[in-house]
Design a protein around this ligand. Structure first.
Ligand SMILES: [Fe+2]
Ligand SMILES: [Fe+2]
Length: 233
């Protein structure tokens, strides 16, 4: 990689003097986080409060929903600071990623989504921790412990269902939800990803991140849950 990957851009103000390609790449990353956090909160976390089976589960689900909306608010604030037009973050103007097209109907589905999809989110946030644009690096640091809590929430509640004799519900949710998740990491020959890595905005290729995800989810489903991961087409 050229010296572009060791660049340090410490503030939103410093971004203004960076090359056009760098600024456009930063905008795309900030927008994708702002939009995805909002989609997720709207279609999964907020509706899941009604599905949660006990007051304790409702309380924790409220906390997850609050944090996901807060992630959107934080990324959106950064987007506004760097001059992104609000309509570029409006989910109604953007086709949702396939992971958000799943129609949430049961508590078991929500637990599986948190255990699996929030792990995918952890991988994305992990890459931000070393980002050459420091405001994104800082957002990654603040967001990471909360994403880890969401993934643990999903794992713990899946285990609770399995121990209560409802493993078939968890397996069924995995069978239907897991196959749409690998696409979340983007295409193998993504031009955007190549630009992100050239500028040190991201560290890993889409395929590397997808491989990390597959390894971790395989361990979670087969070892921790004692269930099966469906074969991908
Ligand atoms: Fe989030
Ligand atoms: Fe999350």
């Amino acid at each position: 990689m050229a010296d572009t990957a060791t660049l340090e851009v410490k503030t939103a103000a410093e971004l203004k003097s960076q090359p056009e390609e760098y600024r456009a790449a930063v905008e795309k990353i900030v927008i994708s986080h702002a939009v995805n956090e909002l989609y997720g909160a709207q279609v999964f976390d907020e509706p899941a409060i009604a599905l949660a089976p006990t007051p304790y589960a409702k309380w924790l689900t409220c906390r997850v929903a609050m944090e996901e909306y807060h992630h959107h608010v934080r990324f959106r604030a950064l987007a506004e600071e760097i001059g992104v037009a609000p309509e570029r973050m409006d989910p109604s103007h953007k086709k949702p990623l396939s992971i958000f097209e799943f129609k949430l109907q049961t508590w078991a589905e929500f637990c599986v989504i948190k255990a699996i999809a929030d792990y995918a989110e952890i991988l994305q946030v992990e890459d931000l921790l070393h980002c050459t644009f420091h405001p994104l690096r800082n957002l990654g640091r603040i967001t990471m412990p909360e994403e880890k809590f969401h993934a643990k929430f999903g794992k713990d509640f899946c285990l609770e269902l399995i121990q209560a004799g409802r493993a078939d519900e968890v397996q069924d949710a995995i069978d239907r939800y897991f196959p749409i998740t690998p696409a979340f990491f983007g295409s193998s020959n993504s031009k955007n990803n190549a630009i992100y890595r050239k500028w040190g905005l991201k560290q890993r290729s889409n395929d590397d991140m997808r491989a990390d995800f597959m390894n971790r989810v395989t361990e979670l489903v087969e070892k921790d849950f004692g269930l099966r991961l469906p074969k991908l087409a």
